[in-house]
Write a new protein. Structure first.
Length: 163
């Protein structure tokens, strides 16, 4: 599986490399050592490329935002910390700390002309001793071409018999 690196993750990568992190590309995330605690395990930290959320597996920490990693790494260097945080929040680094993607859900509406692709098929229920007339009354005989016949119970629930 190929990974796409967005503009956000390129800038995030630059910020991390400028801080001294040696990143190992693992598709949708990077692995690296925990510089903030002088860690030497090259896969201790997992940092997601799309959001910057990271987790320290050696310390078994909960996932934290990208900004928290910057603060831990630059504690004791207040000027560099301030400059880095400003560049992130102002967008100079080309990344946002957290992006929420809004998805729109819509029902699919099909044109009635699609029904022309259906044809009567009485075999499935005829083999189960259900008369063609009953199938016609409940509209169970219409099935899409090249598909299995619908379940009679489902058809009866959706198309009750006419009085």
């Amino acid at each position: 599986m190929k990974s796409q690196t967005s503009a956000e993750s390129k800038s995030m990568k630059e910020v991390l490399e400028n801080l001294g992190y040696k990143l190992i590309d693992n598709g949708n995330h990077w692995r690296t050592s925990a510089l903030y605690r002088d860690g030497d395990n090259a896969t201790a930290l997992q940092i997601y490329k799309d959001s910057g959320v990271w987790k320290d597996y050696v310390n078994d920490s909960k996932p934290k935002p990208f900004e928290a990693l910057i603060k831990l790494t630059l504690r004791g260097q207040p000027q560099k910390l301030e400059d880095t945080l400003k560049s992130i929040s102002s967008g100079d680094a080309g990344l946002s700390v957290h992006k929420t993607k809004t998805l729109i859900e819509m029902e699919k509406i099909y044109d009635n002309s699609i029904l022309e692709k259906l044809f009567p098929n009485y075999n499935f229920y005829s083999k189960r001793k259900i008369s063609e007339q009953t199938q016609k009354d409940t509209e169970t005989s219409t099935t899409p071409k090249n598909s299995p016949a619908p379940d009679l119970k489902t058809q009866l629930l959706h198309h009750p018999q006419k009085p």
